[in-house]
Design a protein around this ligand. Structure first.
Ligand code: PRX
Length: 698
C-alpha cells in the first residue's frame, strides 16, 4: 500500500532494490528502513509513470568571456548586438537572409525569399546562381587570385599550395572532363576520394555543371558504395588509386572494382593517381584523371542554376534501416554555410583555417568546401591520421603553417588527452586564435583540456551543434560575444528558432530536459531524403506539426544556453528517471584517470534499466577494482545516487563510427544479449568488439 502512494508523490531515495532507506521531499530526506518484498517492489516500480522529461543533474559554473582584444575586432562584439540581430532574424527572416544572400553572386535575383509548405521549403525562389563560381571564380577574378585557397599536406609529408587562380583552372578543367564524358545537370556523380584537394575540385566541378555529387567517405567498404550507387542511381564515379592512412595505402580503386561487380550501371570511372599502387583499369569504363585533364581546356563557361537546383546527396546512417540520402540544394545551402562560417569563425583575410573533418562528412562539405571557399578563406587540408607518425602530427601542422582557427571533434580531443599532454606541449601553438568543436557533446573536462593545452587559455571555443540534415551550424557561440561554459553549444545562430519541447509540445522550463526542435525553416535545411519524401516527413516532422525534431535530447539553462544530453534513442531510464548519456559520460571523464567513456542502459527487473559504463583510461592509469569503486562513487557524488553505475568495464577502445561517434547501440546490444548481431558496417574498427567482450569477462 505504502509504495504506490509514495512513488506517486515523492522522489524515491533507493540505494538497493529491496531496501527502502527513505524518501526525498523537496530538499529533505525522511529516513527510515523498510523491508520490501522484492517482487512487489519491482511490480510497483514497473507500474509507476515514467518521468516525462529528461532529468539533468550536472551543473557547470565555469564561465569564460571572450578577451577584449578578440571582441574588439570581431564582427559581433557584444551580446546586445547578437540579441538585436537575432531578434531581427526571427521576426523578419526575409530581411535578415536576403541581406546575407546578397553578399553572394546571383545571376538572377530571387522573387521571394521563402516559400514554406511544411515540411517542404523553397528559398530564394526563382533566383539563379552558380555555387562553384561563388566559391572560386569570384575570388580568382579579383584581388584573391594569388591568395592560397588550400594548403595541402599529405600523410607522407608532401605539400602543395593551391591559389584561388589555380583552383579556378582545375575546377574548370574537371568540369570540361565531366561534360566531355556526358555528365549533365542533375546527373548523380559518386565521389570516393582520399582527403586531397582533388576531392574538393571534383565536388566543385560537379556543382559548376549542375551535376549532383554524392561523396562517400574513403573509409567505407565496397558494400557501402553499392548501397549508395543503387539509391542515388549514379552512373559516374570519381576515385583514386588509393589514399594514405596510418602509413598504409587504402585501396580505393580496388573497393570501387568490387562494388562495380555488383552494380553494373556505372558508365565512367575516373581515377586520380595518388599512391601509385597497382590498379586494374577496365577498358573504356576506367580512365586516369591526368589523361582526362590533359585533353581539355582550363577555361569553362559556367551556367546559372535555379536556387533550388540539387547540389548534393550525402548519406547518413540512421540508427536502423538503410542510410538516408540527405538532399541539399544550392542557394539556401550556400547562403547558410557562407553566413555561419563568416560569423561563427569570424573569418579574417589573414586567417589560416583548418577543419580536420573528412570531405566525406557534412562537416567536410559545409566547412571545408562550401563555407570557407564562399568566404575566400585560406585553409589547411591534411590527408592522414592524427597519430601518424605520432600524436604530435596535428600540432606540428599548426606550428608549421601558423594555423589560426582549428575545428575538430570531441572524439579527437579525447584521443589526444589519452595520448598525453607532452605532444601538444612540444609545439608552438601561439598562432591559434579560435578553436571549434563539432560532432558530439564535448565533455566539460575535454573542453577544459582543449582550452588550456591547445588554446593556451586565450582562444574562445565555438562548440557547434548541427547535423547532416541542418546543413549549417544551428547552435554555437559567436566568438566575440557569447560567454561560454564547458559543455554547452550556447545560443542559436541567427534565424534558428530552436526550442526544447516536452512530449505534449509545450516548451520546457529552464533546466528541464526534452526534445530539441527547430520551429522555423532555415536556408541550409535539407529539402528531403532523396527519393523518399514520406520518410523525410515521418523522420523529422511528425512529432510536432510543422516543427523539425532533431532527435537529440537537450535542456536550456537559465541564461538560455542549450545543453545537448545525447540522442533521444540513447536516453537511459533508471527507476523512472530519464537520464541523458552525456551527463554520466561527462561525469566519468571528469575523473583524472578517464580519457573516454560510453554509457548505456541494460534491462533491469527492478529499476527498468541499470547503468552500464565502458571506460577507456588515460595512458598513465591502469584498471583496478579500487578504481572501479572510486569511479562509481565519483558518479554518485557528481550526479546523484540514481546515476551510480551498476557495472563499469575498462575497455581499451570504444566502438565508433568512421566519423568518430560512439556507437551506443552496439554496446546496448552487447550488455543486453552478450553479443552483437546488429549492423556493424559503419563501425570503424571491428576488432574493438572482441576486445570489449574480453574486457567484460575480465
Ligand atoms: O547528436 C548530435 C551530434 O551529432 C548529431 C549529428 O550528426 P551528423 O549528422 O553526423 O553531423 C555531425 C556534424 C555536424 C547531432 O544530432 N552533435 C553534433 N554536434 C554536436 C552534437 N552534439 C552535441 N554537441 C555538438 N556540438
Amino acid at each position: 500500500m505504502l509504495i504506490p502512494v509514495l512513488v506517486g508523490c515523492y522522489n524515491r531515495f533507493v540505494t538497493k532494490p529491496c531496501e527502502l532507506r527513505g524518501f526525498l521531499h523537496g530538499s529533505e530526506i525522511f529516513p527510515f528502513t523498510l523491508e520490501v518484498n522484492p517482487a512487489s517492489f519491482a511490480a510497483a516500480i514497473r507500474q509507476q509513470p515514467m518521468s516525462k522529461s529528461i532529468e539533468s543533474h550536472l551543473t557547470e559554473d565555469r564561465e569564460f568571456l571572450p578577451a577584449k582584444e578578440f571582441s574588439s575586432k570581431a564582427r559581433i562584439s557584444s551580446l546586445a548586438q547578437y540579441k538585436k540581430l537575432y531578434k531581427e532574424s526571427i521576426d523578419k527572416p526575409d530581411v535578415f537572409w536576403a541581406r546575407e544572400a546578397k553578399e553572394l553572386q546571383w545571376d538572377k535575383p530571387w522573387n521571394k525569399v521563402l516559400e514554406w509548405k511544411a515540411p517542404f521549403a523553397k528559398w530564394f525562389v526563382d533566383g539563379k546562381l552558380n555555387v562553384a563560381t561563388n566559391c572560386v571564380d569570384r575570388h580568382a577574378e579579383g584581388p584573391r587570385k594569388n591568395k592560397a585557397a588550400i594548403i595541402f599536406e599529405g600523410e607522407p609529408g608532401d605539400k602543395r599550395v593551391i591559389t584561388y587562380g589555380q583552383l579556378q583552372r582545375e575546377v574548370c578543367q574537371f568540369a570540361n572532363v565531366l561534360e566531355k564524358n556526358g555528365v549533365k545537370a542533375k546527373d548523380r556523380v559518386l565521389i570516393y576520394m582520399p582527403m586531397i584537394p582533388e576531392a574538393a575540385v571534383a565536388m566543385l566541378a560537379c556543382a559548376r555543371i549542375g551535376a549532383v555529387h554524392s561523396v562517400v567517405f574513403g573509409g567505407f567498404s565496397a558494400d557501402s558504395i553499392v548501397d549508395r550507387l543503387e539509391d542515388s542511381g549514379a552512373t559516374t564515379i570519381i576515385t583514386a588509386d588509393g589514399g594514405w592512412r596510418r602509413g598504409k595505402v587504402v585501396p580505393l580503386k580496388e573497393n570501387v572494382d568490387a562494388a562495380l561487380e555488383k552494380y553494373t550501371a556505372v558508365r565512367k570511372c575516373i581515377v586520380f593517381k595518388r599512391c601509385g599502387n597497382d590498379v586494374n583499369m577496365a577498358a573504356s569504363r576506367d580512365t586516369w584523371w591526368h589523361d582526362e585533364v590533359a585533353a581539355v581546356s582550363h577555361r569553362h563557361k559556367a551556367k546559372s542554376f535555379d536556387a533550388e537546383h540539387p547540389l548534393f546527396i550525402l548519406y547518413t546512417s540512421g540508427s536502423t534501416g538503410k542510410p538516408k540520402g540527405i538532399l541539399h540544394t544550392s542557394g539556401g545551402y550556400l547562403t547558410g554555410t557562407y553566413s555561419t562560417f563568416k560569423y561563427i569563425f569570424d573569418i579574417r583575410e589573414e586567417d589560416i583555417y583548418w577543419c580536420t573533418a573528412d570531405v566525406g562528412w557534412i562537416t567536410g562539405h559545409s566547412y571545408i568546401v562550401y563555407g570557407p571557399l564562399a568566404n575566400g578563406a585560406t585553409q589547411m587540408m591534411y590527408e592522414g591520421a592524427p597519430n601518424q607518425p605520432d600524436f604530435g602530427r596535428f600540432w606540428k601542422i599548426i606550428e608549421e603553417n601558423a594555423v589560426s582557427i582549428f575545428y575538430t571533434a570531441p572524439t579527437a580531443i579525447r584521443a589526444f588527452i589519452k595520448a598525453g599532454d607532452h605532444f601538444p606541449a612540444n609545439h608552438d601553438l601561439s598562432s591559434l586564435r579560435l578553436l571549434g568543436s563539432v560532432g558530439e557533446p564535448i565533455n566539460p573536462e575535454a573542453w577544459m583540456w582543449y582550452h588550456n593545452k591547445i588554446g593556451g587559455k586565450r582562444c574562445p571555443i565555438v562548440d557547434t551543434w548541427w547535423q547532416t540534415e541542418t546543413g549549417s551550424i544551428m547552435i554555437s557561440p559567436l566568438p566575440g560575444c557569447t560567454p561560454t561554459k564547458p559543455g554547452t553549444a550556447t545560443l542559436p545562430f541567427f534565424g534558428v528558432d530552436a526550442a526544447i519541447l516536452d512530449e505534449a509540445g509545450n516548451e520546457c522550463k529552464a533546466n528541464e530536459g526534452g526534445k530539441l526542435v527547430i520551429r522555423k525553416p532555415w536556408p541550409a535545411m535539407t529539402r528531403s531524403i532523396y527519393g523518399d519524401k514520406a520518410r523525410y516527413s515521418k523522420t523529422y516532422w511528425s512529432d510536432y506539426k510543422g516543427i523539425y525534431t532533431a532527435g537529440d535530447g537537450a535542456r536550456r539553462d537559465k541564461q538560455g544556453n542549450f545543453w545537448i544530453v545525447g540522442r533521444i534513442d540513447d536516453v537511459l531510464n533508471v527507476s523512472g528517471h530519464r537520464l541523458g548519456t552525456a551527463e554520466v559520460e561527462s561525469s566519468l571523464v571528469s575523473h583524472p584517470a578517464v580519457a573516454e567513456s560510453a554509457v548505456v542502459g541494460r534491462p533491469d527487473e527492478l529499476k527498468g534499466q541499470g547503468v552500464v559504463c565502458f571506460v577507456t583510461l588515460k595512458e598513465t592509469h591502469q584498471p583496478s577494482e579500487a578504481l572501479r569503486k572510486e569511479l562509481r562513487e565519483h558518479v554518485g557524488k557528481s550526479i546523484g545516487a540514481i546515476a551510480k553505475p551498476d557495472d563499469i568495464y575498462f575497455a581499451p577502445a570504444l566502438p565508433k563510427t568512421r566519423s568518430g561517434k560512439i556507437m551506443r547501440r552496439l554496446l546496448k546490444e552487447l550488455v543486453t544479449t552478450g553479443d552483437i548481431s546488429g549492423n556493424v558496417t559503419t563501425l570503424d574498427d571491428v576488432n574493438v568488439i572482441s576486445n570489449l567482450k574480453a574486457s567484460m569477462n575480465s
